[in-house]
Write a protein that binds this ligand. Structure first.
Ligand SMILES: [Zn+2]
Length: 350
């Protein structure tokens, strides 16, 4: 009897780790195409603390590298794939990770947030500075991490999860189930302006994908009602992406980056868009009772202390600023914070 009581007590504890202290990432999977899964990570189920709590996967904003590394290892195990991460720089550049993945670090091309990255940061004082590229030899693998700066990735391999960090920017995930080529793009305002969607689709096509076969989905991002940028930036953006200027709920001019992405997807010939919203919406409803999320809301200072109050205020469940499930740079900044965590949007073919 007491054993059963203990079990029940255990399951009710606010814990984002298992009994051995390993993180248990809370993720939202979406079946994008036959054999292809998209996974969105949340703030839940990791070892990060404070402003980064709990499942921060980004290594550039100052979180404890040990926590980030543990979170990434647990995520790779949960997804059942190797993670391919790149050093994102708001560019229009996409890379074919198949050209170099085998010789690389366990996480691809972004060593920030790993022990290696921490050492490199200490040495150079610049965590994002590319270090010496690794040569194609087995010895180089551990000695010289190969950092690649890009905002789009493609692969034709199975078991490699392409990941894009975000905390308001829009991740877009692509799959051509016929050729087996998958892709991921990090679409912030500047990346969109620089054509990251077109360059990702072009690179997929260079590997045998056909735009008409590509299925795409848009991940969580800050919505047009919340992304206030001011008239000057919005007027420039709207010249490139018609009808994307918004009037935000904060009173100033804003932009709708998801709408801009849809425009460029259409220009790139990608017309099969799978909506991630219903799945995210269902997950959000379910998490109304989540003890870990409730604790984050009580302690993060980024909105009302009561989770139910935050959930009730959500008008767009995909919006990173509105939904406490996600990390949001803008929400953290509004709360007076200087840094915040990053989610990962992943795509993998098994
Ligand atoms: Zn919003």
């Amino acid at each position: 009897m007491s054993e059963i009581d203990e079990t029940i007590l255990d399951s009710n504890q606010i814990s984002s780790t298992d009994k051995a202290g390993r993180p248990i990432p809370v993720t939202i999977p979406i079946a994008l195409a036959p054999g292809v899964t998209v996974v969105y990570t949340t703030r839940l189920g990791g070892l990060s603390t404070g402003d980064f709590g709990n499942l921060n996967l980004g290594g550039k904003s100052g979180d404890d590298p040990e926590a980030v590394l543990s979170n990434r290892i647990a995520l790779a195990e949960a997804v059942g794939a190797r993670l391919s991460l790149v050093s994102q720089v708001h560019s229009g550049r996409a890379v074919d990770v198949d050209e170099a993945f085998e010789i690389n670090t366990p996480f691809g091309f972004d060593v920030s947030g790993t022990r290696t990255g921490a050492t490199a940061a200490e040495a150079t004082g610049e965590p994002t500075e590319p270090t010496m590229p690794a040569e194609a030899s087995a010895e180089a693998t551990d000695a010289a991490p190969h950092v690649v700066e890009a905002d789009g990735q493609v692969t034709a391999q199975t078991g490699v999860a392409l990941g894009m960090f975000a905390a308001d920017c829009l991740p877009v995930l692509f799959a051509d189930p016929v050729s087996g080529v998958i892709g991921a793009a990090h679409c912030g305002r500047r990346g969109l302006e620089r054509g990251v969607i077109q360059s990702t689709v072009d690179l997929m096509a260079a590997k045998g994908a056909k735009p008409e076969n590509i299925v795409a989905t848009l991940g969580p991002c800050i919505c047009g009602d919340c992304y206030e940028v001011g008239d000057e930036i919005a007027d420039t953006f709207v010249k490139r992406f018609p009808l994307t200027k918004t009037a935000t709920r904060f009173g100033g001019a804003g932009i709708d980056i998801a709408e801009a992405a849809r425009i460029d997807l259409a220009f790139a010939g990608v017309h099969r868009i799978v909506d991630s919203v219903p799945r995210i919406h269902a997950a959000t409803e379910y998490l109304e009772e989540d003890a870990e999320l409730a604790e984050l809301c009580r302690t993060d200072g980024e909105g009302p202390a009561e989770l139910s109050e935050r959930i009730a205020a959500i008008r767009h469940s995909m919006c990173t600023l509105e939904n406490p499930l996600w990390y949001s740079h803008r929400r953290a900044a509004k709360a007076g914070k200087r840094h915040e965590g990053r989610l990962l949007a992943l795509i993998v073919r098994h």
